[in-house]
Design a protein around this ligand. Structure first.
Ligand code: LMR
Length: 404
């Protein structure tokens, strides 16, 4: 039956993990996938997660029954507060339809599916994606019949934000366009708008009646501060820009494999939110029936207990600060010791898990082939893959690749 099925290429990010694992070279480095590693290059189980795992194991009241279709209630409400702020007007006015999802990817999918069915499109369904963006965004929207179309975001000369290009695209877009925005720690560039720039972006979005599709996969990871990293989302909610938020706990709780996430659709009234929630529930039922319970229980315990919450915040700081210090170390090696040609300020100016080095696909491939350093072709590096033991090896080879 499947003679006509073409062979698909492997996923551009996860193929790097496979190749890295299979590589016997002792000094190999994996800066491909965005997954946190400690200074020993090991996955880090957050101490607070270890603690709540033990609590769950010893809880005789827990079973393996189905969760409600929209997820664990105490998880969903706490997750909404975390991203929107506990004093959010949208929450006090009961205007948020929240659903537990299969991590951030599932939230993106459910949000896209909902839009594909119910958004009042101005013409053909199109989503505007930053150029560049997480490669999976293209596939997720295409899967539900929404065509992706880039907007300018990154400026290759400044290795920073193409602010004028971005604002121009917002102004030129047909009214009621859907713009996917990275809430913080833009993937793959690590380049975020400033608070003033977000304000101007919101102005144009309101003027044109655009819809903000926020993807928030790195709350806490950008600055080490959960509230600060939620600025854009909360500001847009305050300004009443129509929006939804996709939320992931993969990175900030180190729960990659547990697939804990949520989708929050902000509505204008409680009644509208009730209708939206009812349709999200119908869509969720046909896709996954009920979301998984374990990860949601873990996160719910952390979010709903003040001591555990404080402990989690400390764990997040541990991760964010290691990444910030490794940025500085890399910057110092390149600029002071190796005197690598070019300007490397972006290494310390960019935020979050990733750095967009500015090297081209040929140079990236040279790093893979010659130095066993695994990174995506666009020159993105996951800073978490660097540590005190491999940073010199990485910097020296980046230097070589840049010199050609
Ligand atoms: C990444 O961009 O490396 C991560 O978000 C992992 C993924 O799902 O691609």
């Amino acid at each position: 039956a499947w003679q006509q099925v073409p062979l698909a290429p492997p996923d551009s990010i996860f193929k790097l993990t496979t190749a890295y694992k299979a590589d016997p070279f002792p000094q190999k480095v994996n800066v491909g996938v965005g997954a946190y590693r400690d200074d020993h290059n090991k996955p880090w189980i957050l101490p607070v997660v270890k603690k709540v795992t033990a609590i769950l194991l010893n809880d005789p009241t827990l079973d393996h029954e189905y969760l409600p279709i929209t997820g664990l209630p105490e998880f969903i409400s706490a997750a909404a507060k975390l991203i929107l702020g506990s004093d959010s007007p949208a929450l006090s006015e009961a205007r948020v339809a929240s659903v537990q999802t299969i991590s951030g990817t599932g939230a993106n999918h459910l949000g896209a599916l909902f839009l594909s069915r119910y958004y009042p499109w101005n013409g053909q369904p199109v989503v505007r994606l930053s150029n560049p963006t997480w490669a999976n965004h293209y596939a997720i929207f295409k899967n539900v019949g929404i065509a992706p179309n880039d907007y300018p975001y990154y400026h290759p000369v400044t290795i920073g934000l193409d602010y004028d290009g971005f604002l121009g695209a917002l102004r030129d877009a047909v009214p009621r366009s859907v713009f996917l925005l990275h809430a913080c720690a833009h993937n793959p560039t690590g380049v975020d708008p400033t608070e003033e720039q977000w304000a101007a972006i919101a102005d144009v979005m309101l003027e044109k009646g655009h819809y903000a599709f926020f993807d928030c996969a790195y709350q806490g990871f950008a600055s080490g501060d959960l509230d600060r990293d939620a600025f854009a989302v909360r500001y847009f909610v305050g300004r009443k820009v129509p929006l939804l938020v996709c939320q992931s706990f993969a990175k900030n709780a180190g729960l990659y494999g547990e697939r804990v996430g949520a989708l929050h659709v902000i509505s204008s009234t409680t009644e509208e939110a009730t209708r939206v929630r009812s349709q999200l529930s119908v869509l969720q039922r046909s896709e996954i029936s009920n979301p998984p319970s374990h990860g949601a229980r873990l996160v719910s315990l952390i979010l709903n207990n003040p001591d555990l919450f404080e402990e989690w915040k400390r764990d997040i700081k541990t991760m964010a600060h290691r990444i910030i210090s490794i940025r500085q170390e890399l910057y110092d090696l390149l600029t002071q010791e190796l005197k690598t040609p070019g300007n490397w300020d972006h290494i310390i100016n960019q935020i979050g898990m990733f750095s967009f080095t500015g090297i081209n696909p040929t140079q990236s491939q040279a790093l893979v082939d010659k130095a066993h350093i695994y990174l995506t072709a666009n020159g993105r590096i996951s800073m978490a893959g660097l540590n005190s033991k491999n940073i010199r090896y990485f910097a020296e080879n980046l230097d070589k690749a840049v010199r050609g």
